[in-house]
Design a protein around this ligand. Structure first.
Ligand code: PLP
Length: 482
């Protein structure tokens, strides 16, 4: 493709994206395909000869759009918000267009230095101290793994004796909450801790936040049998209920054993942009690492996850590799992001943040976050006030965990009803919700915060939930999923 051909196709693509985003509110929110349907709509072999761009665009509408859950829809309340602000989409396109090779500072100085600047901007906007330095990772899962590798090496003095975990006599232990995201267990596996050395510390039954007393006891028990507490992963905004682990107390306990504290604020981190919400993040400044996904609620398109650390020198000592083909005379003066994480080649992801912040402006982002918090509180108040409905967990942020309890329905029958009404709502196409288990029972998470969701949308959702549950009850109840 020549630049001139690209120009013509690119204009058409931008038009397609703008038209698509205009149409999104009218599309069914859930993906409209059965397993295998997308692949069956595609040819079995790759084209030998160029195809017209119009055919490719037509297939976006025919094959791709129905095969995507419309996370940009005002009716999207599933998982967590996965906003893809159009300003950041432009940054993504620019990133591809520049075509930079991000392997060292020398290969693309701008890639490195724009990333340094935007991660510093966001750190300052969140009220974090300047001791933190950030890098963009693909996801919070990777951020957690990188932090865990750094914690492991600090606890084992790994780089000094080079024998890795095999050379240690005392097993290293990671602590987290049972409410923590599954990526913590995956990171523990990948970092070599093994399931036996991952402890799930008790949580408070109401707030679902980690109990620091239980953490202290768990660490003492491990030390008593010759194990070494290496790391605590504190969840600030858990995936199930957005519970907030008490970071100041966790840091104090961890310090007694020299353990690393990683704060997983993948979802909640965006709230740090709001000064009035920063009390939820007390103590975070004293942790060792922090992961936060602007690609969730803040709205910079995937994949834009931030990992901040306070001791960059330690991280670099763990992650650096210096083959001769990557060395240059300026090495001592520059940041080499290859030494802050796992991959060598990195995309110019900072452009997504740079475009998003410059074109939307921080004030508009803050106002949107405030709107979402307000909408979630409004919804929680409606649910609390309605007979037969219950809010199951505190609502510190924008996610409301609800259950509808018709008289006389408990246990498995209540579970079946919950799954039936959430499936019915999702099948209707006007909204998309997620079901999840809490204390062994199904509940529904309403995660407010799609960029397009306004109060009338949330009010319409609340009407939909009541009419759907009433209809199912009138039909004689539901059986739920198999
Ligand atoms: N941590 C928390 C609290 C999450 O809610 C999630 C995803 O929802 C993750 C980590 C994983 O995020 P990512 O998809 O960026 O790996």
């Amino acid at each position: 493709m020549t630049p001139e051909e690209f120009r013509r196709a690119g204009h058409e693509l931008i038009d397609w994206i703008a038209d698509h985003r205009t149409r999104v509110p009218d599309l069914p929110v859930a993906a409209q395909v059965r397993p295998g349907e997308v692949s069956a709509a595609l040819p079995r072999t790759a084209p030998e000869h160029p195809e017209p761009f119009a055919d490719v665009l037509a297939d976006l509408d025919r094959v791709v759009v129905p095969g995507v859950t419309q996370t940009q829809s005002p009716g999207f309340y599933g998982w967590f918000p996965s906003n893809a602000s159009l300003a950041s989409v432009l940054g993504d396109i620019a990133s591809g267009g520049v075509g930079a090779l991000g392997i060292t500072w020398q290969s693309a100085p701008a890639l490195t230095e724009v990333e340094q600047v935007v991660t510093d901007w966001l750190r300052d906007l969140c009220g974090l101290s300047t001791q933190w330095r950030g890098a963009i990772q693909d996801t919070a899962s990777t951020g957690c793994l990188v932090a865990m590798l750094a914690a492991r090496e600090r606890a084992s003095g790994g780089s000094e004796h080079g024998g890795g975990l095999q050379a240690l006599e005392a097993p290293l232990v990671v602590y987290t909450s049972p409410e923590a995201h599954s990526s913590v267990a995956k990171a523990a596996l990948l970092a070599g801790f093994g399931a036996d050395n991952l402890r799930y510390v008790e949580v408070d039954p109401v707030t679902r936040a980690m109990d620091p007393g239980a953490l202290r006891q768990a660490m003492a028990d491990d030390v008593a049998v010759g194990r070494v507490p290496a790391m605590v992963v504190a969840a600030v905004g858990t995936t199930g209920t957005t519970a907030m682990d008490p970071v100041p107390e966790i840091v104090a306990v961890a310090r007694e054993h020299g353990a690393w504290v990683h704060v997983d604020a993948a979802m909640a981190g965006s709230a740090m942009l709001l000064p009035e919400m920063r009390h939820l993040f007390a103590g975070v400044d004293d942790a060792d690492s922090l992961a936060w996904n602007p690609h969730k609620w803040m709205g910079t398109i995937l994949d834009t996850s931030l990992l901040y650390v306070r001791d960059v020198d330690h991280l670099v000592s763990v992650m650096s590799t210096t083959p001769s083909y990557l060395c240059a005379s300026t090495d001592a003066e520059v940041v080499q992001y290859k030494d802050w994480g796992i991959p060598l080649g990195r995309r110019f992801r900072a452009l997504k943040l740079w475009f998003h912040l410059r074109l939307d402006g921080v004030e508009a982002i803050r106002e949107r976050l405030r709107r979402d918090l307000d909408n979630a509180r409004w919804l929680a108040a409606q649910v609390e006030a309605e007979p037969g409905w219950r809010v199951l967990a505190p609502v510190p942020l924008q996610t409301v965990c609800v259950v509808h309890e018709p008289p006389g329905l408990t246990g498995d029958a209540l579970d079946a009803h919950t799954l039936a009404w959430v499936d019915a709502v999702n099948a209707g196409g006007r909204a998309y919700l997620g079901a999840s288990r809490l204390d062994g029972r199904w509940m529904v998470r309403v995660s407010v915060g799609a960029e397009a969701t306004e109060r009338p949308d949330v009010a319409a959702l609340w009407d939909l939930l009541r009419t759907t549950t009433a209809r199912l009850a009138a039909d004689g109840g539901a059986t739920g999923r198999p």
